[in-house]
Design a protein around this ligand. Structure first.
Ligand code: DLZ
Length: 187
């Protein structure tokens, strides 16, 4: 009888240990997918990118810049292969992006800005000019220009899209830049 109780107890311990091991493996897999899953099919090694970042609403755009760079480096892009230039506001992004694109040095260019609606019509005009300018920079140069410009009705919307994590919109812009760089490759 004592033998049976002992065996039952040791089986329970073994079951518990196996369960802990299973949970630990699940946690490891989850972490791995969260960190690498997003870019699992994208290899950014050897690709070169340029980013133009607007200083206006800097608290937002510096987080966007951080997570865009992280998105690129998580996919294997070397930090030395990412050029970054800061401009006063989103309105200035198209010209800098066009210069980057026409330089022939980069596989894709990323524009980062944050437009937040105020009380006047400024927001609408700025958004329109900025977006049109970015499209033109891409079409005139044949180099992908990724539009990482938030157009938000208030600060809360901007905060929600620029989290200090992989949930940031900017992490996705990095993915778009790598995808476009590949799709433009002629070789
Ligand atoms: C002037 C202005 C305003 C009102 N709002 C924004 C904004 O929300 N986001 C942004 O990036 N820039 C803003 N700017 C600045 C313009 O983009 C531009 O820098 C100035 O008009 C100078 O050309």
């Amino acid at each position: 009888m004592a033998f049976l109780i002992e065996e039952h107890a040791s089986r329970r311990i073994l079951f518990k240990q196996t369960r802990h091991l299973q949970l630990a493996i699940c946690a490891l897999l989850f972490n791995h997918i969260m960190k690498h899953g997003f870019f699992q099919n994208l290899d950014g090694q050897g690709l070169k990118f340029a980013m133009a970042v607007a200083n206006f609403n800097k608290d937002i755009t510096e987080r966007l810049e951080k997570w865009c760079v992280r998105g690129l480096t998580d996919a294997g892009v070397a930090e030395k292969d990412i050029a970054i230039e800061h401009v006063p506001g989103s309105f200035e992004l198209p010209l800098t992006c066009q210069q980057f694109a026409k330089s022939g040095k980069y596989d894709a260019v990323i524009a980062i800005g944050c437009l937040i609606k105020g009380e006047t019509m400024h927001f609408e005009y700025l958004a329109d000019a900025t977006f049109n300018g970015l499209v033109r920079a891409a079409l005139d140069s044949d180099v992908p220009v990724i539009c990482g410009v938030l157009t938000c009705l208030n600060k809360e919307q901007a905060e929600a899209r620029s989290k200090d994590s992989e949930e940031s919109s900017a992490y996705g812009w990095a993915k778009a830049a790598i995808e476009m760089a590949y799709s433009m490759r002629k070789d």
